[in-house]
Design a protein around this ligand. Structure first.
Ligand code: HEC
Ligand code: HEC
Ligand code: HEC
Length: 127
C-alpha cells in the first residue's frame, strides 16, 4: 500500500509552490492609486467617486453612443440630479482640466492609453 500521509504532504507542498507567485504578490502588487490633481472649485463628479473610479470608461462609451447615434445630448446625474452635456471635452475636461495630472496619472501607472486624444483635444491645465 502507499503512504497517504506522504502523498498529502506532497500535495500541500505542490499547491503552496504552485500558487506562491500569487499570494506572494498580494501585499506588494496591490494597486496603489497615484496622486491625482482634483478640481478645486467643485466637490462632486458627475457620479460618485466609487462609480467613476471603476465605471468611467463605460460611462464615456455610453455618452459617445448617445450623442453620436441617438443624438441625445444631456445626461442626468444620479448623484446630483443635475443635467450635464455628454461631452468628453466640454464636461469631463472642464473640471479635470489637466489631463497629465489626472487621467494620465492612473493610466500611465496601469499602462492603459485611451486613443481618444487622437481626435479629442486634451486640456493641459493652462486655464
Ligand atoms: C463638475 C465637475 C466634474 C465633472 C464634470 C467631472 N468630474 Fe470627475 N471628479 C470631479 C471631482 C470633484 C472628483 C472628486 C470626487 C470626490 O472626491 O468625491 C472627481 C472624481 C473623478 C474620478 C475618480 C478619481 C479618484 O479619486 O479615484 C474619475 C475617474 C473621474 N472623476 C473622471 C471623470 C470623467 C471621465 C468625467 C466625464 C464623464 C468627469 N470625471 C466629469 C469633478 C468632475
Ligand atoms: C482612478 C484612476 C483613473 C483616473 C483618474 C482616470 N482613469 Fe481612465 N481608466 C482607469 C483604468 C483602471 C482603466 C482601464 C480599465 C480596463 O482596462 O478595463 C481606464 C480606462 C479608461 C478608458 C478606456 C480605455 C481603453 O482602452 O479601454 C477611457 C476612455 C478612460 N479611462 C478615460 C479617462 C479620462 C478621460 C480620464 C480623465 C478625465 C480618466 N480616464 C481618468 C483609471 C483611471
Ligand atoms: C477618430 C476620431 C475619434 C476618436 C479616436 C474618438 N472620438 Fe469621440 N468623437 C469623435 C467625433 C467626430 C465625435 C462627434 C462630435 C460631435 O458630434 O459633436 C465624437 C464624440 C464623442 C462624444 C460625445 C460628444 C463630445 O463632445 O464629447 C464622447 C463622449 C466621445 N466622443 C468620447 C470618446 C472617447 C471616450 C474616446 C476614446 C475611448 C473617443 N471618443 C475617441 C471622434 C473621435
Amino acid at each position: 500500500m502507499y503512504d497517504s500521509g506522504k502523498i498529502i504532504t506532497g500535495l500541500i507542498i505542490f499547491v503552496v509552490l504552485f500558487t506562491f507567485p500569487f499570494w506572494y504578490n498580494i501585499g506588494s502588487a496591490a494597486y496603489k492609486q497615484p496622486k491625482l490633481e482634483l478640481p478645486k472649485d467643485v466637490k462632486e463628479c458627475v457620479e460618485s467617486k466609487e462609480f467613476m473610479r471603476t465605471e468611467h470608461m463605460q460611462l464615456l462609451n455610453e455618452w459617445r453612443d448617445m450623442v453620436v447615434r441617438e443624438h441625445i445630448k444631456d445626461y442626468k446625474s444620479k448623484l446630483t440630479g443635475k443635467e450635464v452635456v455628454m461631452s468628453l471635452t466640454k464636461t469631463c475636461m472642464k473640471c479635470h482640466d489637466n489631463k497629465a495630472k489626472f487621467c494620465d496619472q492612473c493610466h500611465n501607472s496601469l499602462a492603459v492609453s485611451p486613443y481618444c486624444w487622437d481626435c479629442h483635444v486634451a486640456p493641459k491645465g493652462e486655464k
